[in-house]
Design a protein around this ligand. Structure first.
Ligand SMILES: O=C(O)[C@H](O)[C@@H](O)[C@H](O)[C@H](O)COP(=O)(O)O
Length: 290
C-alpha cells in the first residue's frame, strides 16, 4: 500500500516505502486497468518502456495476478526501442521477454496443468482466463531496418491496428489511444527516448519517430512522440532511487518560470489519467504541501 498519495493538479503521485511495496501495488493497479479494458473492449493495449519498470512489473507474474490477469487479451507494444538486434542485450524487447513475457507464458502453462486436474474433480473454471500471451499480439520493431525505416514501419503497424480498432483511436487527437503506457524516468528527466532539448519534443505529426544521437546509449532509437503518449487512456511513470529525485521534483512540482523544458513534465494526458509510482527516495524532493 502507498505511504502517501499526493494529488498534483489532475495527476496522482503514489509514494511507497520501498520497491517491493511499489511493485505489488503496480501489479494491482495494472490488473485493474486490464480488467476494465477487457470488459469494455475485449482487449488491453499496453506499451512498455525499457529499464527498471519491467522488473518492477514482475509481481504480475506471481500469485494472485498470474491467475487473474487475462494475458491472452493483451496486445503489447514498445513506447521506445533501441535499434539493435532483438537478441542483443540492449534490446528492450529482449529485456521484457526475458524478465516479464516469458515468465507469464511459463506461469500459464503450469496453470493449464492445474486446470486439467481440477476439471476432473468437476470444478468449473474459466478456461479462457488461463491462456498465455499470444505471440502475434506482441508487436516488437523490425530489427532488420535502419532507425528511420523501423520508426516508419512501426507507425504503419500501429496505424493498421487503429484502422481495425484493435488499438483504440483518440477522440480528441489524430492519435492512437493505448489503454496503458508505461514510462520509466531518466535522472535527466527523459521518458521513452524523448531527451531534454531534443527537437523531437516538438514533433506533432508523426506517431513514431527516431533519433540517432541518444545521450543514453545506444544512440539509435525509435520512440513514440509526445502526442501519442498524451493520447493514452492511462499513463504510469515509475521511478525508484535517489538519482531520480531531482527529475521527479522538476516534472511534478510547480517550480515557476525557471522550470527547464523537461520531457517528463511534458507528459500530460489530454483526457487520460497520469499516475506516478515513486519510492520514498525518488519522491524525496517532491513538495508535500503546495
Ligand atoms: O529504453 C530506454 O532506455 C527507456 O525506455 C528509458 O526511457 C528508460 O525507461 C529510462 O531511462 C529509465 O530507465 P531505468 O528505470 O532503468 O533507470
Amino acid at each position: 500500500m502507498a505511504l502517501e498519495v499526493l494529488n498534483k493538479d489532475k495527476n496522482e503521485v503514489r509514494v511507497y516505502e520501498n520497491s517491493d511495496e511499489l511493485s505489488t501495488d503496480l501489479a494491482d493497479y495494472i490488473e485493474g486497468l486490464s480488467d476494465v479494458s477487457i470488459k469494455e473492449r475485449g482487449v488491453f493495449t499496453v506499451a512498455l518502456s525499457g529499464g527498471s519498470v519491467i522488473r518492477l512489473m514482475r509481481k504480475l507474474c506471481e500469485v494472485p495476478y498470474n491467475k487473474t490477469v487475462d494475458w491472452s487479451k493483451w496486445y503489447i507494444f514498445w513506447v521506445d526501442e533501441r535499434v539493435v538486434a532483438k537478441s542483443h542485450v540492449d534490446s528492450n524487447y529482449k529485456f521484457a521477454k526475458d524478465h516479464l513475457l516469458s515468465k507469464v507464458v511459463s506461469c500459464s502453462h503450469k496453470l493449464s496443468v492445474l486446470l486439467v486436474v481440477e476439471c476432473k474433480n468437476e470444478i468449473v473454471l474459466n478456461v479462457e482466463q488461463l491462456l498465455p500471451i499470444v505471440p502475434s499480439h506482441v508487436h516488437s520493431i523490425n530489427d532488420s531496418l535502419t532507425a528511420e525505416e523501423a520508426a516508419n514501419d512501426y507507425e504503419f503497424v500501429i496505424r493498421q491496428l487503429v484502422k481495425t480498432r484493435m488499438v483504440n483511436a483518440s477522440d480528441i487527437s489524430d492519435c492512437p489511444k493505448f489503454d496503458l503506457i508505461l514510462l520509466g524516468l531518466g535522472p535527466d528527466g527523459h521518458v521513452a527516448s524523448l531527451f531534454p532539448n531534443h527537437p523531437i519534443l516538438e514533433e506533432k505529426n508523426e506517431w513514431v519517430t527516431y533519433i540517432t544521437n541518444s545521450p543514453k546509449p545506444p544512440p539509435e532509437r525509435i520512440t513514440f512522440t509526445l502526442p501519442v503518449i498524451n493520447s493514452a487512456e492511462n499513463v504510469l511513470v515509475v521511478a525508484t532511487g535517489g538519482e531520480k529525485a531531482e527529475a521527479a521534483h522538476m516534472a511534478i512540482d510547480d517550480i515557476g518560470p525557471k522550470c527547464p523544458v523537461l520531457p517528463a513534465r511534458m507528459v500530460q494526458p489530454c483526457a487520460g489519467k497520469l499516475v506516478w509510482f515513486l519510492d520514498v527516495e525518488a519522491a524525496s524532493k517532491v513538495v508535500r504541501f503546495s
